[in-house]
Design a protein. Sequence first.
Length: 135
Amino acid sequence: SRFWATDLSYTDSTGHTVTLNDEQKLVANQPIQTVDETKPWIKFAIVPGDSAIDATGSTPTYQQLGTAFLNIYVPIGTGMSAAKEMRDQFASAFRGWTSDDGHCSCYKLGFNSSETDTYAQVKVTVFWESLRRPN
């Protein structure tokens, strides 16, 4: 699937595993697409934060903090189990994650939920730190 390193899935009301298809995955700052709001769907965003010099010298290191958000939406009346399954899969992928080069890592996860008249939302917040030297 585009963008995703691992698929997100949930167990439907009949006990079958459903893998979320690309049409049900929105990514912030990408072309607008329509989702089927009668099924679970998600929206993902990465929000870079402030950047500052962490160490000085001839090759200073720059620290940047930021967040990534996964918003999981399920139609009202369908229960929260699908959202909780996908929340746990996403959290597992990022909990303790460090990039291959060791310069970017996730240091904290946050969770919350809310409800509207049409859907329930579970939000996963990943807090990340990047330490880089300019080339």
